[in-house]
Design a protein around this ligand. Structure first.
Ligand SMILES: Nc1ncnc2c1ncn2[C@@H]1O[C@H](COP(=O)(O)OP(=O)(O)OP(=O)(O)O)[C@@H](O)[C@H]1O
Ligand SMILES: [Mg+2]
Length: 260
């Protein structure tokens, strides 16, 4: 085989492996949420069982209607989580196209909400309007998931997670800021955090620690989008990641009703 052909084949193989790594990391990041999601489902089932019992015991119409209402809304909450999980785990498209960053962030929040709640972390979301970027929806969700899970892991109880979505028209960026009140990162370590396999998370009693791949994949995703990612941190105060993606105009016919 001539060298040029060999190089072409190897390049293709590397691209394939990168794709597989990305998929594996997407699933492993959901693993970090397994306990909170199980917990949430348990709560939902308890609600369903209790209201079903109440409906069976009480024959009057008012109580039955109330029971059905509660069961329905609990089941709808469960459906929202499973739909979100399936959509997240499935890599739907490889296209970079106009996407609303506010919506992508909200979809990720559905999955991480319980985890944040269980660790008593408050969330301030500042996203007054839709902000459109040229983005691959599943990759950007994966990136946001990695940043938010890292932020959560850096915080003790009563931490605060600040999320901002903004349209920087002047500079042509659609931006998301993920800011935590966690342990912070020493200045001399900042250049290392985007390297593959750099982690400070030692394995716990179940042997689960960090792989150090989260931010390395974030960086790749940002590069593929021709975007930027910046980090500022102060030990003991917290860390702020700013993601900038090329902005796009909202698609024709899109009416933003969320700002109203
Ligand atoms: N928000 C943050 N606050 C403090 N340190 C952080 C934060 N985000 C990342 N780091 C540091 O950067 C390191 C690398 O992060 P990265 O997400 O790449 O890997 P990880 O979280 O250790 O492992 P994995 O993401 O595979 O679970 C972390 O181990 C941690 O030391
Ligand atoms: Mg991580």
């Amino acid at each position: 085989m001539d060298p040029a052909q060999q190089i072409a084949e190897l390049t293709q193989r590397v691209a394939q492996l990168e794709e597989e790594l990305m998929r594996a990391q997407r699933l492993s990041s959901v693993g970090a949420l397994a306990s909170s999601i199980t917990h949430e489902f348990n709560n939902i089932l308890t609600t369903v069982i209790n209201y079903a019992k109440m409906g069976v015991r009480h024959q009057d119409e008012a109580t039955r209607n109330k029971s059905f209402d509660r069961i329905l809304s609990a089941a709808q909450r469960a459906a929202k989580i499973t739909t979100g999980m399936l959509a997240y785990a499935r890599n739907t498209t490889n296209r970079i196209e106009p996407n609303d960053l506010k919506r992508l962030l909200e979809d990720v929040l559905v999955l991480v909400q319980k985890d944040l709640q269980m660790h008593r972390i408050g969330v301030d979301l500042v996203a007054p309007e839709s902000v459109w970027a040229m983005a691959n929806s599943s990759q950007i969700q994966q990136l946001l998931m990695n940043l938010i899970v890292n932020a959560r892991q850096a915080m003790k109880e009563n931490g605060r997670l600040r999320l901002i979505v903004r349209d920087n028209k002047a500079e042509g960026w659609a931006e998301i800021v993920v800011s935590d009140s966690g342990c912070g990162i020493p200045q001399e370590k900042l250049p290392l955090i985007f390297e593959s396999f750099y982690t400070t998370k030692a394995p716990d009693e179940r042997g689960q620690g960090g792989t150090g791949l989260g931010l390395a994949l974030c960086r790749r995703i940002v590069e593929a989008h021709k975007g930027r990612i910046r980090v500022e941190s102060e030990v003991g105060k917290g860390t702020t990641f700013t993601l900038k993606l090329p902005r796009s105009e909202s698609p024709a016919g899109f009416i933003d009703t969320s700002a109203a």
